[in-house]
Design a protein around this ligand. Structure first.
Ligand code: G1P
Length: 298
């Protein structure tokens, strides 16, 4: 019997410099897509996949994140008095059970692998765990991590979300070398972090959802730096292949937005705005008008 995945690690220590000046005062993960912070999308996806414990790897200046998941007694009682039950329900989705959430600090920005390694003492031996990068927002009928935990029941080992990207974009991603292609799943024989297009083994890129075994944390003990001088999660997963333990890529169903970039964030805002029942009519009409106006001005 494979163990169920009930813990997830959220590396959220990044400075978010691409979104300055906004990120001078607010963590990137609190920036809102329509009316919910980026992190809430990841939490909802994790919960749908059966995650019960949430580990945040944070850094200085991220206290707004801790407040966000706390109860807000004054706000709640004021909404209750006014009979705003719907808003109260919305607020509830931001609360965590006592002890369900842990914050660990990454004291130095040494890379994604190092950030995940900072959570090592909160993961038991033999306990598989998920890693979710909240910058990657994935819209889909079935949440991406849930698709992965279901597939993982069959495979065990390590699993990474994967998606084909244009060849000239591989340098922004971890890239898979595939030994066997089963369609929605691939068996991986190598992984390279941010390769030059001419060195990339394929254009199948790793997207920010992982199911990992604690062996990956042991591999990270060596603190070996890789691409960009950083300690890379990709390298620690690739070592699992060398140890002859299974690593799989999972081609998820759904649309992924790179909310770590301004263009991706705007695209996500448009897509989520258009799919919301309370906004779609007004917003879609506005978009049509805006496009027509910009065409007319050309
Ligand atoms: C990280 C990982 C990379 C992965 C990417 C997905 O890179 O290191 O392997 O493909 O996330 O978004 P980053 O975007 O943090 O540079």
């Amino acid at each position: 019997m494979k163990r169920k995945v009930t813990k997830a690690v959220f590396p959220v220590a990044g400075l978010g410099t691409r979104f300055l000046p906004a990120t001078k005062a607010i963590p990137k993960e609190i920036m809102t897509l329509v009316d919910r912070p980026l992190i809430q999308y990841a939490i909802d996806e994790a919960r749908a996949a059966g995650i019960k414990e949430f580990i945040f790897v944070t850094s200085r200046g991220k206290s707004a994140l801790e407040d966000y998941f706390d109860h807000a007694p004054e706000l709640e009682s004021s909404l209750r008095k006014k009979g705003k039950t719907e808003l109260l329900e919305t607020l509830k989705t931001t609360n965590m059970d006592s002890g369900a959430i842990a914050y660990i600090r990454q004291h130095k920005a040494l890379g994604l692998g190092h950030a995940v390694w900072c959570a090592r003492r909160l993961i038991a031996p033999n306990e598989p765990f998920a890693v979710m990068l909240p910058d990657d927002v994935i819209a889909g009928e079935k949440p991406c991590l849930q698709q992965m935990t279901e597939a993982y029941e069959e495979t065990g080992g390590c699993m990474v979300a994967a998606m084909e990207v244009p060849k000239d974009k591989v340098k922004s991603y971890g890239v898979l070398d595939v030994s066997e292609d089963m369609g929605h799943m691939v068996k991986v024989r190598g992984m390279v972090e941010k390769p030059a297009p001419e060195d990339a083994p394929s254009n199948l890129a790793v997207i920010g959802r992982y199911i990992l075994t604690p062996d990956v944390l042991s591999n990270l003990n060596k603190k070996k730096s890789g691409a960009g001088g950083e300690i890379q999660l990709t390298d620690a997963i690739a070592q699992e292949i060398r140890e002859e333990r299974g690593v799989y890529g999972f081609r998820f169903q759904g649309q992924r937005f790179d909310c770590g970039s301004k263009a991706g964030f705007l695209q996500a805002t448009v897509a989520f705005g258009m799919s919301r029942d309370d906004l779609k009519d007004e917003f879609t009409q506005y978009l049509h008008e805006a496009v027509a106006m910009s065409k007319a001005a050309q």
